[in-house]
Design a protein around this ligand. Structure first.
Ligand code: AHG
Ligand code: MN
Ligand code: MN
Length: 336
């Protein structure tokens, strides 16, 4: 029987800690709380298709409670799973305007967490992969007090851990805490995340591109030329590339992380800042992809070095295999 069969997320985290004696164990507990939230959200996501059959739609469910949208449900599960652990001093979510305060006595932890509770939510009702994204920083405000906005608005390179959960043909949790990117698959029978992808490395060069091509008309001329270039025939270069676009950033990037490829959500003439959120989507995914040997930029600057201005700010993103991201940056620069 293979050893990896028994490498649960909890055990892996403990073993990582032994390898890195500087670790205090707090981050490990935080990841453990988070994996509980992921299991609960996964269960609910899997039930989504049964909602109509079981009569849970409408204003109230069988308990007389108001039915929540799955993204609000995921938001609340994450808040509840994380706000009593004592490791955080504040949180922020794509689903909430301001800072999420943590109850007294639990609010003086060393870390802050930012998250996109459900990414790709337009895919929920059509049985297509969706995800959860999280990003963890060490606080910068003085210890012993509740967290502040300064603790949240930090550049991405300051992250101490980031990860995502993809609810797909199976549920997988992928995270990095600076020592490699590791993936765990949820065994639904006994509810444990088991190590399935140790030390993920993204291929340096690939032949998959992911972008919403319906926006072609509004793109920068350099981007139009780059996409046309990928579609030309050049056998040694593996062109034409394949186009794969799920419409869930987590799922698109997860595939590219394993097979190689580039994911883009650019700025365009209608949306000069792109669509995706710097703090909840771009930074954590950039941290993971870079830790796996890839590259992430907004076309000009490294995502992780951008100084954030506000919690919900949007940012264009080009992320994935190093060679491919460098090439699109060159195409964009040529048309400046
Ligand atoms: P969210 O569901 O958290 O709002 O994010 C949706 C995002 C992202 O997952 C995806 O890559 C992108 O929106 C798709 O946007 P388009 O439909 O504009 O292509
Ligand atoms: Mn999202
Ligand atoms: Mn979302």
């Amino acid at each position: 029987m293979s050893k990896t069969r028994f490498m649960t997320l909890a055990r892996f985290i403990i073993e990582q800690e032994k390898l890195h004696p500087e670790a205090t164990g707090e981050l490990s507990k935080l990841l453990h709380d988070l994996s509980l939230a992921a299991k609960i959200i996964s269960l609910e996501v899997n039930k989504a298709g049964l909602v109509d059959i079981l009569g849970f739609t409408g204003e109230a469910n069988v308990h007389g409670e108001k039915v929540k949208k799955l993204d609000m449900f995921a938001h609340e599960v994450l808040v509840k799973a994380m706000d009593h652990g004592g490791h955080l001093c504040a949180m922020a979510s794509e689903e909430e305007e301001g800072l999420i305060h943590i109850p007294p006595y639990h609010n003086i932890g060393k870390y802050v967490m930012l998250f996109d509770p459900l990414d790709g939510s337009s895919n929920i009702d059509v049985n297509i992969s969706i995800g959860t994204i999280f990003s963890i920083y060490k606080r910068v405000s003085p210890d012993g007090k509740p967290g502040t906005m300064d603790d949240m608005i930090q550049p991405g390179f300051k992250q101490v851990a980031a990860g995502y959960v993809v609810y797909g043909s199976s549920t997988m949790l992928v995270y990095t805490a600076e020592h490699g990117v590791h993936g765990f698959t949820l065994d639904p029978a006994f509810g444990e995340f088991l190590l399935s992808h140790e030390n993920i490395q993204i291929p340096k060069r690939a032949h998959i591109y992911s972008i919403n091509e319906g926006n072609y008309l509004y793109w920068h001329p350099g981007l139009k030329k780059y996409i046309k270039f990928l579609q030309e025939e050049h056998k040694e270069d593996n062109r034409p590339f394949s186009s794969r676009y799920i419409g869930s950033m987590v799922a698109d990037i997860h595939r590219n992380l394993l097979y190689g490829g580039i994911f883009m959500y650019p700025a365009d003439s209608r949306n000069p800042n792109g669509k995706l959120r710097l703090m909840y989507e771009c930074n954590p995914m950039a941290f993971i992809v870079e830790a796996a040997g890839g590259r992430a930029s907004n076309g000009k600057e490294r995502i992780l070095e951008i100084k954030p201005e506000k919690l919900h700010q949007r940012m264009p993103i080009f992320i994935g295999s190093e060679y491919d991201v460098k090439l699109v940056e060159e195409f964009l620069a040529r048309e400046e």
